[in-house]
Design a protein around this ligand. Structure first.
Ligand code: HH2
Length: 283
């Protein structure tokens, strides 16, 4: 089934939150943890983007640097070379909101100039001091994601006393820092950063407590798609984690998640739309 394709206006959606948004992942990388998410030419990226939009994606998140544990950093020039041709081509050929998955202000600046409207910053504006002023100046939307450590170090013995309280507190500090830099609150989305400096029990606790993130009033982004905590739970490789992914996405939506970052758009759309109707306040 091809979904009725319509283009969201983000500003209206932020006010109304009348549906769960799906953010389809396009990785312009040779090393992202889920090989099927890797797209190495602008032509293939457009094919992938068109399919995702037909399947029900509202946003496409385009990234040129893997954040998997231990991933090697990519230079600014390399990242620009990877993502800009893809953003340009997808923007010219698909009517969809674009997000750039980067921690570098130089990459975000060029992506915003070529049609992206969201900066998905897994460092929550901390990796590059120029990122917050850029987001403020362009009135861009920004995803502030929580991570303990950096991709290189984050899975080396992550520790929390109360993971949900600590992640909420850290995100609140980042939201306040963003406000001090002039980023309007209605431009900010938060994300607990599933798998970023967290062990299995931390990821499970965060997902069980998505309602506490939703209670902040800010749109909550959740990325569980095919992540290794599902491998820990099920003993399955990334290629076989679709069912676990959908179960976790459904729980996140039922507890109030607003945006799902997904590799499998068609299945995610069906799961999200069903789970949203199962929210206590949906009737
Ligand atoms: N997860 C990944 C990358 N970026 N951004 C947000 N806001 N939330 C997430 O959970 C998140 C993210 C990891 O997934 P993927 O991009 O498929 O893998 P890789 O980093 O290896 O390219």
């Amino acid at each position: 089934m091809v979904y009725f394709v319509f283009v969201i206006r983000l500003d209206r959606w932020v006010r109304e939150r009348d549906r769960v948004l799906l953010m389809g992942v396009i990785n312009v990388t040779p090393d992202s943890f889920f090989p099927a998410s890797r797209v190495l030419s602008p032509r293939l990226a457009v094919e992938c983007a068109q399919r995702m939009v037909e399947d029900g994606a509202d946003i496409l998140d385009i990234g040129g640097e893997s954040t998997r544990p231990g991933a090697a950093p990519v230079s600014v020039d390399e990242e620009l070379e990877r993502v800009l041709p893809v953003i340009e081509k997808v923007h010219s050929e698909c009517d969809v909101v674009l997000s750039v998955d980067t921690t570098k202000a130089d990459v975000a600046r060029e992506a915003l100039a070529r049609g992206a409207s969201i900066v998905n910053d897994t460092s929550a504006l901390q990796a590059d001091p120029e990122m917050a002023p850029l987001v403020a100046e362009r009135s861009a939307y920004v995803v502030l994601m929580h991570m303990q450590g950096t991709p290189r170090t984050m899975q080396q013995a992550p520790h929390y006393n109360d993971v949900t309280a600590e992640v909420l507190e850290a995100l609140d500090a980042r939201v306040q820092a963003a406000a001090r830099c002039g980023i309007a609150r209605d431009r900010v989305f938060i994300d607990p950063g599933i798998g970023f400096g967290k062990r299995l029990e931390h990821n499970l606790a965060l997902l069980r407590n998505i309602d506490r993130f939703a209670a902040t009033g800010l749109p909550v982004v959740v990325g569980v798609s095919r992540k290794s905590f599902l491998g820990d739970l099920l003993g399955l490789p990334a290629a076989e984690r679709l069912e676990g992914t959908l179960a976790a996405q459904a729980v996140a939506v039922a507890l109030g998640a607003d945006i799902l970052r997904v590799h499998d758009v068609r299945e995610g759309r069906r799961a999200a739309d069903t789970a949203r109707r199962l929210r206590k306040d949906a009737a």
